[in-house]
Design a protein around this ligand. Sequence first.
Ligand code: 5GP
Length: 201
Amino acid sequence: MKTETSGGILFILSSPSGGGKTTLAKKLAEGCDDIRISVSYTTRQKRAGEQDGREYCFIGLDRFKRMVDENAFAEYAIVHGQFYGTSLESIEKARQEGYDLLLDIDVQGAAQLRSKGVDYVSIFIIPPTMEELKRRLKSRGTESDAEIEKRLKIAEKEMTHRGEYDYVIINRDLETALNGLKQIIAAEREKRLSGEKKESE
Ligand code: 5GP
């Protein structure tokens, strides 16, 4: 999906855990050379199949805290008891090199960037029902029952923030949600391009 683009747009994708945003983000970036997924830093344990530097940069708590002290993060938050953060460097690099960047971050991170005046387009992915969310979390098989219950409680709270986002996508099925996401990205690029054209007229 190479399109004419003004480049350097920051897209934020949030959803409750199990809402499908990670799969959506991966699908979107496949074969797409003008949008990249930001790789966050986290203190959580690597899951089976994950690679350091691909899904996350997996680091210890000491290093994370050092990075906080050095102001290396554009935003960071504790999610499900672990630290997660987006480096300032990854955002700067996207701006300088002119590619769009997709941040898969939680509602706290999005709020922090907003309060810092960072310009972004935000999209909230919601599951069709809470029952479906529970089913997806269970079928993922990566969390214990207790962890799933914890995530469902957090999900209910996170869902109350959907009104703070520019767009909401209901993830009934992957293909439809992916198309919705692509349309939002295309529309936002178009908006910026037409804005730039108007400015130069
Ligand atoms: P998971 O551990 O399941 O990959 O992610 C747990 C949650 O952390 C998800 O809601 C994800 O969006 C969020 N998350 C991942 N990276 C970051 C980050 O850099 N900053 C913030 N604030 N949240 C993040």
